[in-house]
Design a protein around this ligand. Structure first.
Ligand code: URA
Length: 231
């Protein structure tokens, strides 16, 4: 349960005293009735309106974005558009951040949330959540590369966990990795003399990127998708 003035201030991105003034002016209703006390407690199931518009009372949100090329996975950047900049106004709220990073030129599934605990679980080196990518290369994949991926290759000093590489056609392949090392896929192919020319994440854990989302678009995850990610 959250205090009404805190909820209004968080969701409308206004100061606590501005929120108190709105409440005292009778502009905030809970379940159809104007509430004038700032310390009134409300929860996820309450329907809260301010100035006639509904407020999102969910504690956390989980957003699937189809990241376009040229955007960065951070909350702000002085030179580049971030995935947060791409959120439509009605999905914006305080505290949203991308859970994990794709390179600037990588496209596809980015999870944006304000649930630090879930993000921590997904990103923890111990979590080993499988991330699936479609990769395009400048040369065809060989059996030797597939077997090096499968065995858990060494990259510099580091021994990687086994990864699955499935050729789709010619120089396009599906890669499944369960770690999140810097430029991991590009470096895994570079080791074998191949250059990644396009990389797209299509799945995280059991959740597929929604094919109906064009690049730059996003939608909320369903409850069952959130459940899949928590598994
Ligand atoms: N591996 C990479 O090399 N880049 C990404 O963006 C994701 C995985």
């Amino acid at each position: 349960m959250t205090r009404l003035d805190k909820l209004v201030s968080d969701k409308l991105n206004i100061t606590r005293s501005q929120a108190k003034a709105l409440i005292k002016a009778g502009s905030v209703s809970v379940n159809g009735t104007a509430v004038l006390s700032c310390d009134f407690k409300c929860g996820d199931s309450d329907s809260v309106f301010a100035n006639g518009s509904p407020l999102d009372t969910r504690e956390y949100v989980y957003i699937m974005m189809n990241k376009p090329q040229g955007t960065v996975c951070s909350t702000d950047d002085k030179d580049c558009k971030t995935v947060i900049d791409l959120l439509p106004d009605d999905m914006r709220r305080k505290g949203l951040f991308p859970a994990g990073r794709l390179d600037k030129d990588t496209t596809g599934f980015v999870l944006i949330t304000d649930d630090g605990e879930l993000a921590h679980r997904i990103l923890s080196p111990k979590s080993h959540i499988v991330k699936t990518y479609i990769v395009t290369l400048d040369k065809p994949v060989t059996d030797e590369i597939i077997s090096d991926f499968e065995q858990g290759m060494t990259l510099g000093e580091e021994r990687l966990l086994p990864a699955k590489l499935t050729v789709m056609n010619g120089s396009t392949a599906r890669v499944e990795i369960s770690q999140g090392i810097y430029h991991q896929i590009k470096r895994m192919f570079k080791k074998h003399g191949l250059t990644v020319t396009a990389l797209r994440r299509i799945k995280m854990g059991g959740v597929f990127l929604d094919e109906n989302l064009s690049e730059g678009e996003c939608r909320y995850l369903t409850d069952s998708e959130v459940g899949e990610l928590c598994k």
